[in-house]
Design a protein around this ligand. Structure first.
Ligand SMILES: *Cc1c(COP(=O)(O)O)cnc(C)c1O
Length: 416
């Protein structure tokens, strides 16, 4: 989901004309964005970085994860959630999702072991995890919480923004996300020490320009510093985000209201943890079986959550193969401190998650949809439901062109 226009072109052109493309200068666009985004999220610090993957890695390094630690992550998320854990030397432990297609708090509780140090709730497709339950479990077991809010820019949980609830949050601004600078990411936290460690992970030499922080030792890390072009574009995108989210929420509300009558055929909305604060980039339905979900998308070609090709643990080759680093001596799966961690995976380890994902269909909204396009979507949901659930033949179920289903308007990427 992205909207880019003349304002971004203007902002980028201004930066290029100014000749100031490096962030550590006066009137920094990156700094301005970091301040504005911190206000927007209601946190003390944010840090801009080159990608969501890097933001997650920096966030996990910042909270102090390392060899000997296990980190609980959901079975349904982009692989960066898992690979970021490995960049710290820790081991990802994969746990089931529930029908909200976000991590199941009961599965978290059941998976906590003596080595568990952190939980990564992922607000998949902009829909909230059950943060009250997750924070309560984390407090009881003294676990860190790293929110993967890469798909949740602009959304929240019961009035608080995603990424501002746990110890630290990570965001992505890649091309398919709610807010974009082509590629990009950010971390957010209200903890001063975690923020300083994240800055070091993002740019180990940052103190050369910004000054050394009292009492905090630097450490070696890779470089993920953002450019002024990213900062400038994101300052424009930040002006757009609330309007986009409210347009998507309005469209979703209309679709949900109009398709409520299909309840008599057995069409059910997926349960949500905080529906009023959803990014509303999709309307999700939970079909009774995977076969019926497949029949639904035959008629109305939207996406089945379990079939995006890369958002489920069965697709995370490096993790399943135990290759946690480029060099074998740096591989967390070989590290002696990880000898007592749970390091074995199988493709059927979270069968319950796969079963739920394969019957969840996701109908995308878009902030630029016209009323006619929304009406066509509603019509097509009805046609697909009649075929999948009502026994109508596929020949009878005429669908209407929807405009918004242009794959470029999906926020899940071209292979979805
Ligand atoms: C997009 C995404 C990431 C990674 O972001 P990039 O900017 O593509 O590196 C991480 N986690 C989730 C859940 C994502 O959707």
């Amino acid at each position: 989901m992205y909207v880019v226009g003349e304002e971004e072109i203007e902002a980028l052109a201004n930066v290029i004309r100014s000749g100031k493309l490096f962030r550590y200068e006066d009137d920094s666009e990156c700094e301005r964005f970091e301040r504005r985004y911190a206000d927007y999220l209601d946190v003390r610090h944010t840090g801009l970085v080159v990608s969501g993957t890097y933001a997650l890695s920096a966030a996990m390094i910042a909270v102090g994860l390392g060899p000997g630690d296990e980190v609980l992550i959901p079975a349904h998320t982009y692989m960066a959630t898992a690979t970021a854990v490995l960049t710290t030397g820790a081991i990802p432990v994969i746990v089931d999702i529930d029908e909200s297609i976000t991590v199941d708090p009961a599965a978290i509780e059941a998976a906590i072991g003596p080595r568990t140090k952190a939980i990564v709730p992922v607000h998949m497709w902009g829909a909230a995890c059950n943060m009250d339950a997750i924070m309560e479990i984390a407090r009881r077991h003294d676990l860190k919480v790293i929110e993967d809010a890469c798909q949740g820019v602009g959304g929240g949980y019961e009035g608080r923004k995603f990424g501002a609830i746990g110890d630290i949050g990570a965001f992505s601004f890649n091309y398919y996300k709610n807010m974009t600078s082509g590629e990009g990411g950010a971390v957010a936290t209200s903890n001063d020490e975690i923020a300083e460690r994240a800055r070091c992970a993002i740019d180990p030499c940052h103190y050369y320009w910004t000054g050394r922080a009292e009492g905090i030792k630097p450490f070696a890390g890779n470089g993920g510093r953002a450019s002024e072009l990213m900062g400038a574009m994101l300052n424009v995108q930040l002006d757009r985000i609330d309007g986009m989210i409210s347009a998507m929420r309005a469209e979703k509300k209309k679709i949900v209201a109009a398709t409520a009558r299909l309840d008599n055929l057995g069409l059910k909305l997926s349960p949500m943890n905080s529906p009023d604060y959803d990014c509303a980039a999709h309307v999700m339905y939970l079909l009774p079986t995977a076969e019926l979900a497949a029949r639904f998308v035959d008629v109305f070609p939207v996406v089945i959550a379990g079939k995006t090709g890369r958002h489920t643990y069965t697709e995370w080759d490096q993790v399943l193969m135990g290759i946690g680093a480029a060099h074998p001596a740096m591989n967390p799966y070989n590290h002696p401190d990880n000898a007592d961690c749970r390091t074995t995976y199988s493709k059927d380890m979270c069968a319950r998650s796969l079963e739920i994902l394969n019957r969840t269909v996701m109908v995308p909204t878009h902030p630029d949809h016209t009323d006619e396009e929304t009406d066509a979507i509603i019509h097509n949901i009805e046609a697909a439901s009649q075929v999948a659930l009502g026994g109508t033949s596929a020949d009878e179920a005429a669908t209407r062109p929807t405009g918004p289903l242009d794959p470029k308007k999906f926020d899940m990427g071209p292979s979805a």
